[in-house]
Write a protein that binds this ligand. Sequence first.
Ligand code: ASP
Length: 580
Amino acid sequence: MSMRTNYCGALRAEHIGQSVSVCGWVARRREHGEHLAFIDLRDHTGLVQCVVDGGHDLRSEQVLRITGTVRRRPEGTANANLDTGAVEIGDCQVEVLSPAEPPPFPVEDETNADETIRLRHRYVDLRRPRMQRNLRIRAKVNSALRAAMERQGFVEVETPMLWTPTPEGAREFAVPARLQPGSFYVLPQSPQIAKQLLMVGGLDRYFQIARCLRDEDLRADRQFEFMQLDIEASFVEQDDVLAFVSEAVLDAAEAVTGSRPEPIGRMTWAEAMDRFGSDKPDLRFGMELVELTANFAGTEFNAFKAPYVGALRVEGQGDAPRSRLDSLTQRAKELGAKGLVWMRAGAGEGGVTLESPVAKFLNPGELAGIVSLTGAEAGDLVLVVADERRPAQTVLGGLRNDLGRPPVSQGPYCYVWIVDFPLFEGLDEDGRPVSAHHPFTMPHPDDIDRLESDPLSVRSQSYDLVLNGWELGSGSIRIHRSDIQAKLFEVLGIPAEEAEARFGFLLGAFRYGAPPHGGFAVGLDRLVAVLAGEDNIREVIAFPKTQSGLDPMTGAPKPVADKVLQDLSIRVQLPAPKEK
Ligand code: ASP
């Protein structure tokens, strides 16, 4: 016979009269006179009230098995806030399965316990209904994604953890090879190269719910290790990949929320930058960028003699105090602006007026142009930035987010595909283009002949999926021809020998017949976080690291025994203490 007959949270009026056994943790104990106590017993499904005799010394978080009879709660004592609130278990036999020390913090849905304490006792934290819910949402997402990929003909393949560097730009974790002293494996920052090799291997459509490792500074939406739905497919074009991924992501959203989001729309990278100043635009709110370049074509005002002048209209914030405007200016500088011009819109005799320290440098036509182009009304604040086009837009986009962006978790869900990214994100100190995605990304067919003459104008066949201002993932059609790949390495300034040394095995594979292919990776932690209504991915990961990369529960990372180091032929040389 199994230990229990029912889950705590599942008992209802229909069970009245049944004899049941439930198992769980003591959530609460209330004395009822001298001889009786109410115990709320908790398992992952919820709570049930048990009426036990007062002889037991029961404490919070002890593990019990209670056997008794389900009965209706006495008149007037039903609890409408609890799913099991109409019933209780009476005539209880109590078996203490495990004693428990007092928990380090109360096991309740909302907690204000310090995160380090929560992580140190994650096993207690996980008992909180919210964490239970989050991890179960995560499992639902995983299973919906897996089902969607299988339905679309994808086969799940596991790729190695002990691997070699992947050129995707992140710092990588290295693992010493005991049997080859002085050599290291590298933990994959993604299965990128492996999945491309699977395409050469004829797998046709691959997917994996893959662990990726990147040794980068942590943030609310980043951990050293994270999970991706990683996919790659052969004989496909961009539209095919977008369709595969959309299907999987919308299925997952539907599995969690019960309703299927609208089909995911597309926006080019250039439009996203022009309208939102970001390649991950949050479409839940307006406050779009307004281009004023033409308005200042003949301006006398030096600061506005720039390739691009753009503005944000911040509704109703025209009365912001000077200190607030100073901090916006400071923020604009952090975002890379040379300066920020603010204007308060007011009501004048002839219409809307603009008050600003620079107003005296602008002619009436220019001022009127700002009002009509931004649509500013009395009481609004207008912020203006002038610079090169993309840098200025990035500043405005950053301010737009600061001023208008709701918390990630606050609906609705606005998915959007960003397509036609530039192939290169800019030039390095030596004037060489720098890959925007990874160096295996196929240039846009219409732009290939400008690879050398005008590299920054070359678009790529890469695409991102964005949800509420978060980049959910990215992918591309890959270069499968060695001539184009060689040309790209040349443009990137990677000498043939170096390319051979770093990715020779991939280039070698391509010489044996590579199908055209492309793929994508969806960041699972972020997807789950948004669907669970959490702003921080740590809330949807069972055992995350803190922001400083520590695990307060296990104490990792920590020194290992000398013997271990010896076996690995490693000598530790700590950095000299910094001088004060
Ligand atoms: N490997 C890429 C990434 O991890 C995704 C892809 O191009 O498929 O971002």
